[in-house]
Design a protein around this ligand. Structure first.
Ligand code: DC
Length: 228
């Protein structure tokens, strides 16, 4: 059961969904939850401890003995592993190369999905990932799938100074057995190839209003609040 509002934003790597989710959360005053960062954090943990990411049993065992604490700071999700903040390592080449393998392990997903659902107990959230609308919060009426052409996605990654092979990751993410990247049946699909971050966020706000969410502008800063 969803106690708070959940806006689910899914899509492939470098589709622009993170920037959109962050901007939307700020505009609505919701907490922004980046689930990719959670899978990346676990990947960093395994890599830094020398645990092979293809060895599901050893990864599972590692998680069993690790204190994973998810929280919120300055309106965004945070994760600490045995008290350590993995943030500086999340987009390293090693993490990019191994995160899809980690995300195929059902036990990893089970543990992280429970933590993702827990966010909605205390906060209205904008959560982005691959399976948020299809598996984590299938009951939310507010589901979006943000896509962009392969050329635009490769360009966006390069502009971030990253050489991540998004095509390889997308293939693994879309074909894995547990909660693959799919477009949820009732998701609203947005092609962000020719849109700005604000353009996509604006389209989502328009759609939320159409769905009956009573969003009202607050002052001139672009902020909004919703009325029940
Ligand atoms: O959003 P991102 O590119 O930072 O995500 C990194 C990887 O994590 C992605 O390749 C697949 C995995 N992931 C997932 O399986 N499910 C999610 N909800 C979010 C990310």
């Amino acid at each position: 059961m969803v106690e708070h509002l959940v806006i689910a934003i899914d899509g492939p790597a470098a589709s622009g969904k993170s920037s959109v989710a962050r901007a939307l959360a700020r505009r609505l005053g919701f907490v922004y939850v980046n689930t990719g960062a959670m899978y990346r954090a676990i990947t960093w943990l395994a890599v830094s401890k020398g645990v092979p990411t293809a060895d599901a049993n050893r990864v599972h065992q590692l998680l069993h003995f690790t204190d994973i604490v998810c929280g919120v700071a300055e309106g965004q999700s945070t994760i600490l592993l045995d008290g350590l903040d993995p943030e500086p390592h999340l987009v390293s080449d090693e993490v990019n190369a191994n995160v899809s393998a980690i995300a195929t392990i059902p036990e990893v997903r089970r543990i992280l999905v429970a933590k993702q659902r827990a966010y909605a107990r205390d906060h209205d959230i904008v959560m982005e990932g691959r399976d948020i609308g299809s598996a984590v919060f299938p009951e939310t009426p507010y589901k979006f799938y943000v896509d962009a052409s392969p050329e635009v996605r490769a360009r966006r990654r390069a502009a971030q100074g990253l050489t991540d092979s998004v095509a390889t990751r997308d293939k693994v993410d879309s074909t894995r057995r547990t909660s693959p990247l799919i477009i949820a049946e009732d998701a609203h699909v947005i092609d962000s190839s020719n849109l700005t971050v604000d353009g996509v966020a604006g389209e989502i706000v328009g759609r939320l209003k159409l769905k009956g969410l009573k969003l009202v502008e607050e002052g001139k800063g672009g902020g909004m609040k919703y009325e029940v």
